[in-house]
Design a protein around this ligand. Sequence first.
Ligand code: ZN
Length: 253
Amino acid sequence: MAPFFRLAIATVISAAAFVSAAPVNQSKSSPVLQKRSGASVVTRCTIPSTVAITFDDGPFLYTNGLLDILKSRAVKATFFFNGNNYGRIEDFAASVKRAYQDGHQVASHAWDHRDLPSLSQSEALGEMTMLEEAFREIIGVRPTYMRPPFGSLNGPVLEMLGERNYTAVTWDMDTQDWAHPTDFDASYKLYETLFNNPEEIKQPGHIVLQHEVHQVTALQVVPMAIDLALVRGYKVVTVGECLGDPRSNWYTV
Ligand SMILES: [Zn+2]
């Protein structure tokens, strides 16, 4: 597929679709958006001084190196894995298993990165259940957290996700590494702006969108960003942790 074009186009479409098609009972003070029925949509952490770095579109060539980086700094992150995108999940099963065993949050990014609202109901359901099966094979459970490809959601998709006990996770900070995958400075300066603001650490933490399929992101931006976060006193945690949701809720059978 041509991910950059698809991402660029779909991000614009999905933002509009989400606003119009997924009305929410939105409290201005709460970063967790509750819909009347269907899955909850999370855009931001609830706990101050946390940051949840999230990695989409893997597993791929750099997953293992990224896991080494996270381990060396004793921090946790969230992986929104696909079944078939840059790599096929069965080819990188060892990396997926390691992410789970290392205590990171393993979550779903649906099977092959299709725009869920554009699919029939059975196709959209299949995007979730195919990957659930693969996760059960590899780690013995399936995640209860998911990120919709392109951040794209609508009412019927949220309904389906809610029936399957998913929490949908978008983000409130986009490094846009998908648009400039080789530009270190463009991604990193966003972290610098965030972590160098002394007021920021008192606010609820951020959910940061990154893509582990880009070498510069995985092996250069992320270690530098984590080091700066730690120096400034942030806790680098999973999405579940930054919401105060215990690990026992992140997976089901
Ligand atoms: Zn993606």
